[in-house]
Design a protein around this ligand. Sequence first.
Ligand code: ATP
Ligand code: MG
Length: 554
Amino acid sequence: MSEHTPNASNFIKTIVSEDLKSGKYDEIITRFPPEPNGYLHIGHAKSIVLNFGLADEFGGKTNLRFDDTNPLKEDQEYVDSIKEDVEWLGYEWDNLFFASNYFDIMHDKAVLLIKKGLAYVDDLSADEIREYRGTLTEPGKESPYRNRTVEENLELFKQMKEGKFANGEKVLRAKIDMSSPNINLRDPVIYRVAHSTHHNTGDKWCIYPMYAFAHPLEDAIEGVTHSICTLEFEDQRPLYDWVVEKCEMEHTPHQYEFGRLNLTDTVMSKRKLKQLVDEHIVDGWDDPRMPTISGLRRRGYTPESIRTFCREIGVSKSSGVVDVQMLEHFVREDLKLKAPRTMGIVKPLKVVITNYPEGQVEMLEAENNPENEEMGTRQIPFSREIYIEQDDFMENPPKKYFRLFPGNEVRLKHAYFIKCEEVIKDENGNVIEIHCTYDPETKSGTGFTGRKVKGTLHWVEASQAVPAEFRIFNPLLKSDEESEEASEKTFLEQINPNSLEIHQGYVEPNMKDAKAGDKFQFFRHGYFNVDPKLSKEDHLVFNLIVSLKSSFKL
Ligand code: ATP
Ligand code: MG
């Protein structure tokens, strides 16, 4: 699938290509290793497209591996959603693995390290360990428990495994170098006690390996050749290599780091996304405002658009911030030729065409997509009463307003010219109805050239209009300032109270059969998706995927 391959300029691709050419490997194996502690987001998509894309391009394999070594935060719901999202993005894993299935091997490797004098049980508390670790400018201090004998360590580790100690009472640490300039090598903790039920192994274990110890072993066990992770792990690479070597793993995987994806106006940390869900600020992980894969899907993003975006942003050695408008650009591009055009009124204003015969309904022909003729045409009704947008009328317009105002003539898309004759108001002075006249000579498609008008409005015939709910989304965060770094309070304070607008409007009669996930371009508005959760046969709900125009240029 050549469409699945990452963008041409990509340093990891160069490495892979050279490793195959030199005969270092016959076949590459990559993996996507999510921790099942939340739903996947657009940042994960970048990693998925990279890992699966490399294997696709070079004829290798990709494992979906759940990095489930922390029982406290993991859940089957997350496992299921991650599988669904990877498949929806269009990828098939060659193997499905759980890191927790390797707990026996990991335990034995920890024992091996103890026997080699390379690991010891420490009684220091987490705070003390941090204090002893030193800083970037000061070396660390050795723990008083560092020189326990192998026998003592084996016995204590056994007792840890048997549940003799409370959480935090003892840990197993690698014995490396407390004065190393790389803090990650200052005797990192590799096993800890956690009395907690694991989603996969239940209560079999009460000790769990730490990420830095587990991850290299997982990669080595699976024969992963190129272990691709984000830049924060660069300083952990020496530890990764140490673990693989000292644990005497048969296969030696290599870690490569790339810059993580950050998007403007977008929260991308699972912890914060979970907070939005838990505090009911959004309607679940798949809320269309969420940057999760399931949220983007529900909003109406297509897998193709997400894959293209991930390829086009490229893979580099530094993490920058990508404008969210670039993501929007690609979904527009993808839907341009696929989504039928139609007319929908988000904020309705009734227009009565006073010289149109009462009781008459005529059918007008409308093309379904002027950029894609194959999509054909449809018939839409027109009569004496129609709806237009409230925003398309102004009683006292400013200069250069070309839409409807008293005395002005505009074109109705696919129909006639109408001219505003009278404004009807209620007792409070609110406009409730506009009276217009139409000119039968100006019918669309008849080649009328008599005179020109500057405005073209969309409309829906009133008697057959289908009521519909429109959901318009604005960014969840008011601004992207400090979004990742901000404290909890600041983060919640940054939430945009107007991120969801709901409007009750109308759509064309033939939309009554629209199904969940159907996508349309509403003329002059943008692309919309039929919400799979909220839309019902008698209550259509459309999510705004993206508006029509953007200032963004590639
Ligand atoms: P978060 O910080 O959002 O919780 P994480 O890195 O802890 O994310 P994991 O489940 O560990 O989430 O991630 C699985 C894979 O996805 C990892 O290889 C990680 O590097 C990658 N990944 C996560 N976030 C991004 C991102 N923003 N850009 C690129 N890759 C990412
Ligand atoms: Mg993580």
